[in-house]
Design a protein around this ligand. Sequence first.
Ligand code: ARG
Length: 475
Amino acid sequence: MALWGGRFSNKPTDAVFALSQSISFDWRLAPYDLRSSLTHLVVLENAELLSKDDAQKIRKALKELMADVSSGKFLPVNEDEDVHSALERGLTEKLGSLGGSLRAGRSRNDQVTTDLRLFTIDHMMILAHQLTELIEVILNKASEYVNDAAPGFTHIQHAQPISFGHEIAKHAHAFARDVDRIDDWLLRSSVSSLGAGALSGSSLKLDPVFAAKNLGFERSFENSIDAVSDRDYVAEALFITSLIGVHLSRIGEEWTLLGSTEFSWATIADEYSTGSSIMPQKKNPDMAELARGKTGRLVGNLVSVLTMLKGLPFAYNRDLQEDKEPLFDSLDTLALVIPAISGMIATTDFDREKMKMSAPTGFSLATEIADYLVRKNVPFAEAHEAAGACVALCEKHSCQLHELTDQQFLDIHPALESSVRGVLTVEGAIASRTTAGGTAPSQVVVQISAAMKKTLDQRKEIASKMKAFSEMMGA
Ligand code: ARG
């Protein structure tokens, strides 16, 4: 059903309808559209623009329609242009022309963005909740390996030995920032547009502040033109989802690399791996690769919306209809990827022996020699030079740092006494890094428990916001 037509003598052609319809993707806004209609109904009733009796009839029909939509009894048809048209048809089928009353003081311009905000808030909360679960999985996995040494890398070259628990736990912090970002987004994006009308507000005695409160928003709009044109909340949500994708992708890359035959550190569980149709021996890390691959579309969706918004005049333009599919796609994509990656991480085993054996290789203890000299008040530049000379000598003689003789150490620098051997152990090097946030197991344990507490607290907060939201939706 079209919501316009009075001034037209001809109906749109099939090609026009095909291009302009959004019902093929916006039907999922139906529950939010119906809920905001309930609020608009109260606004019209309070303004005495609807009799109590009519308002009651419309309320009853809206509630029935809500049930019919959720049971699938009421469905859109091909002739419906968008979700708003479909639902007005549903209401009119129940009430006759009274079903069209809710259009008073409301335009699809303020309606669509109100619906989309509700949808996005709902889904960003679900996403934040899911992220806290992923963070918990990462931290639990990290706890298993706190006391296991591994080489730490820079430039994918052995750098300094680290606790492998520290290595795993780092990912939790990236996602914790994403949860913070969602929190922050929620505050900024919780703005109602209902009452902005087409662009200028309304001559009817509507009450946008009441509407905002009734829909659980923090605030109502301050400028009706901005209210119908603002899609910052979509762009920001897409940035957040892109960054989550980037974080997942970096895990994907790491797991793929550590699971390769050359590394053979990670064994991904069978149920999170896939086989090859031709090579029977293959066990591939497809979940990790898909996490990496899906990030392309997440970033693409952000770029698509930013490009659509760039240069767009304010107030409503039909271009804005292009905000939905990228947003839906990004949220759907993460809803698929996060549980699979959580499961993959939870069930991956790392080869402790192999990591431990390779921890001291690549002269990863050279920094210890420099730090040893610094503790003896040798200027760092000189200490660095001396440690470098030790490495060069080892390379020349194909030996490890601890295999240099006392005399060789002394020849390189007079302060390099035999006690230097005391710092040339992986365990010692790791255990000595006790500065806050460092890799010493004593610090890693503190780090993990603080991060765990934060994520469990945040999960509780999000759960209570989700509960309030679902109560609002059911009101
Ligand atoms: N389907 C449209 C959208 O998604 C709804 C708003 C239509 N408004 C209009 N003035 N044509 O943006």
